[in-house]
Design a protein. Structure first.
Length: 404
């Protein structure tokens, strides 16, 4: 397979084995027909890009049953409000300002543009989450973004000052069509700002659960610069984010239109120094993942022997990778507590651990909570003070397996 950015040959890194659709929470009558594929990633030695070697069809992941609603985290809602205001302060301003967001989900970010009276458009392929945004009056088209969609947007609304995406670009295999679309859509002075889990954080924190069917790519600044340079565009700034265990926000403009921040050279150099272009970095990652798996399984088996009750906390997409790679079965983790109504009463993809409401967690607290939502640790610890104060313990596996 060749690199989605630069077409060089991809080197295999690790296989996480047979995996189901990460957000494919299901009822027992669907167990028999559950779809599995081999989840494996490779690395590009030329542009430091990590990508899936096989991805299920987009319709299998993003459809009217999509189980993830952005609005489930209060901290993320605040984060997106700040992101929207940063764009309004810097780039999306003036009487005819227009912003487009792709993967706009339930409108968690666009609502701030709407409230400010700014012309906006969300492009969201999952009809059920888009319906939530539409109900709030957020202008949304239910479809995928590509060069064709860009042309239609320009025809209907004109070119955009801002193009935004949060945890979306890393889902898209056809990066060239996206970049081509952006090139068409963006005004000469327009700016693209998008953020995704950052490869350096994934490698350093061994957060291998950022790899699942939906996450086609793990970007670096090097790979993003390589992609957009092919379209006469360039990185103009980068801002690291604490969200999702370490993300990077990339700002991109048409070449020569904006002052380029010193951050760009800083991060490109740092990535080289951290070994993103060296095979041994990815060999180490392979061993780190295997160790994480062994340590977690040893801990869960030992707790089972001690007759301790362990419950998973947050039925995240990421948890699907951990559960199926490690082989975590319902005899080790009794159920997973989750606040999303459409996940409750269903079973986790692959290993079929029941997903129950957070009330079930509070009313019958376990001895240990396995923190599948480790990226929301601060928010969850705040919410679950009673459990912790009552002697409940937490297990995490990022950056290493430990009881906290
Ligand atoms: O990239 C993606 C990110 C942004 O969101 C998507 N591909 C899918 C999704 O990934 P995820 O499912 O790993 O996201 P989160 O935000 O880490 O987890 C959300 C899940 O956690 C929801 O099912 C709700 C649950 N949750 C909970 O039960 N209690 C979350 C919080 C904060 C809580 O307190
Ligand atoms: Zn490449």
């Amino acid at each position: 397979m060749s690199c989605l950015v630069c077409k060089s040959e991809i080197k295999p890194v690790i296989s996480f084995g047979q995996q189901p659709i990460a957000n494919g929470f299901l009822t027992p009558e669907k167990f028999k027909e559950e779809y599995f594929f081999e989840l494996k990633i490779g690395w590009c030695p030329k542009c430091a890009m990590v990508q899936l070697l096989e991805q299920p069809k987009p319709e299998m992941m993003f459809n009217e049953n999509y189980a993830f609603f952005s609005g489930t985290s209060k901290y993320m809602a605040v984060h997106f409000e700040k992101f929207a205001h940063t764009m309004m302060d810097r780039y999306v301003k003036g009487p005819n300002a227009f912003v487009v967001e792709i993967g706009s989900n339930d409108g968690i970010m666009l609502r701030h543009f709407k409230n400010a009276g700014i012309k906006h458009l969300g492009i969201e392929p999952s009809a059920n989450v888009a319906a939530v945004a539409k109900k709030e009056g957020i202008n949304t088209w239910v479809r995928f973004f590509n060069a064709e969609t860009a042309k239609e947007i320009v025809k209907e609304y004109g070119q955009a000052d801002g193009f935004q995406a949060a945890n979306v670009m890393c889902h898209l295999p056809d990066l060239h069509s996206i970049a081509e679309g952006i090139k068409i859509l963006l005004k000469p002075t327009g700016v693209v700002a998008f953020e995704d889990p950052y490869l350096v954080d994934v490698l350093e924190k061994v957060s291998y659960d950022q790899v699942y069917d939906e996450h086609m790519c793990l970007f670096s600044a090097t790979s993003i610069q390589y992609l957009f340079n092919q379209y006469g565009m360039e990185l103009i700034d980068l801002e690291p984010q604490v969200t999702h265990g370490g993300s990077m926000r990339y700002y991109i403009g048409h070449k020569g239109q904006h002052k380029v921040s010193k951050n760009v050279t800083h991060y490109l150099t740092m990535e080289r120094e951290k070994g993103l272009l060296k095979a041994e970095t990815f060999e180490k990652f392979y061993h780190d993942c295997e160790k994480s798996k062994t340590d977690l399984m040893n801990l869960l088996k030992s707790l089972k022997e001690q007759k301790k009750r362990v419950v998973g906390y947050a039925a995240t997409s990421k948890s699907t990778t951990v559960i199926n790679y490690c082989g975590i079965t319902p005899d080790l983790v009794e159920f997973i507590s989750d606040t999303t109504p459409i996940k409750q009463g269903k079973y986790s993809p692959g290993k079929h651990i029941p997903v129950l409401s957070s009330e079930k967690f509070s009313s019958n607290p376990p001895d240990y909570a396995l923190l599948f939502g480790w990226n929301h640790k601060a928010e969850i610890m705040e919410k679950e003070k009673k459990f912790t104060q009552g002697g409940g313990k937490w297990i995490t596996y990022v950056p290493k397996v430990e009881i906290i």
